[in-house]
Design a protein around this ligand. Structure first.
Ligand SMILES: [Zn+2]
Length: 319
């Protein structure tokens, strides 16, 4: 039986998950509750405290929690705050680390959710043994985390690796961040919905997607339709893959990575996404990298985000 654990906490726009994770990446116990991001932060703190206490109750007297690792949208590890998270009504600078320390006084490490996923892959997943790779999470938005020289790339302000907000179409689609034409507005579940509604207007093809509302259209529904051969869904994947693969070729020119690891809702589509992404990347890749950059795609179980956050906590206390 493992004796030492790190508490991994993943704060998402819809759900918050927390779990106790051993050094080897085994999850002792995990809990999940609605984040209620539109309600005050104080409500969240109260709920979090009772959830942490419930988790602590599962720890035997000879077991110990050593640290806490936290992944959250727009989180800044330098300030310890969540900054300007658009889907949260918690204020512009939310003191996450200070608030968590009040509940459980242990070393707390914080980073944004996609960075936590990258550290999770490095410590426990497909990035084990790799020194240079990029994780892209294709969910509601497009998150990215960069591992360079075996470490998470953080940057001057704690905000390195925002590949979702590089411009791919000058004056293109309006992004939640205030800019126009960001990659995320094309390559994400939300971006694909926008693409599908444009295609539905432009194409005559029969499609089961015609009866589904914008709000109800999930990554799973789009992927299932594509797997069944739906012409609109397939075309949407083709266009999405072109944007993504081209951007990955650009990113390779900056970072010379061994691999890209794709995670999240759209990765359920498998080869329907992967094959055209590979083709678009190869076509646009600088000759020095041709045939050298792997693209790995994983459909992770939902507990994965807790592992990523915990991996961050483990790495912080190992140095
Ligand atoms: Zn943006």
């Amino acid at each position: 039986m493992e004796k030492e654990f790190v508490l991994g906490l993943d704060i998402g726009g819809t759900y918050t998950k927390l779990g106790l994770v051993s050094r080897k990446g085994e999850i002792l116990s995990v809990r999940k509750f609605p984040t209620e991001a539109k309600k005050p932060f104080d409500d969240f703190k109260k709920q979090l405290e009772s959830e942490i206490n419930a988790l602590k109750a599962t720890v035997h007297t000879d077991q110990k929690i050593l640290a806490i690792g936290v992944g959250a949208p727009n989180a800044n590890g330098y300030s310890g705050n969540m900054e300007h998270a658009v889907n949260f009504r918690w204020g512009d600078d939310v003191p996450l680390v200070a608030s968590i320390k009040k509940i459980l006084d242990l070393p707390v490490s914080l980073t944004n959710d996609a960075n936590a996923s990258a550290v999770g892959e490095l410590q426990f997943g497909m990035g084990k043994g790799m020194e240079h790779f990029v994780v892209l999470t294709l969910g509601t938005g497009l998150g990215s985390g960069i591992i360079s020289n075996g470490e998470l790339l953080i940057g001057q302000n704690g905000m390195a690796g925002e590949i979702g907000h590089v411009n791919v179409v000058p004056n293109g689609r309006q992004c939640n961040c205030g800019l126009k034409g960001c990659l995320e507005t094309y390559v994400s579940v939300t971006g694909m919905r926008r693409t599908i509604f444009e295609l539905l207007a432009d194409m005559n093809a029969d499609s089961e997607l015609r009866t589904i509302s914008f709000e109800d259209m999930t990554g799973e529904i789009i992927s299932d339709a594509a797997i069944k051969g739906d012409a609109i869904a397939l075309k949407a994947f083709e266009e999405t893959a072109e944007f993504l693969g081209t951007q990955m070729a650009d990113t390779a020119a900056h970072l010379d990575p061994e691999a890209f690891i794709l995670l999240g809702g759209l990765s359920k589509a498998g080869d329907i996404l992967l094959n055209p992404v590979k083709a678009a990347m190869q076509r646009n890749l600088f000759h020095a990298y041709k045939g050298k950059v792997k693209i790995l795609m994983v459909d992770r179980p939902s507990n994965h985000s807790v592992l990523g956050a915990a991996a961050l906590g483990w790495r912080a206390i190992q140095v």
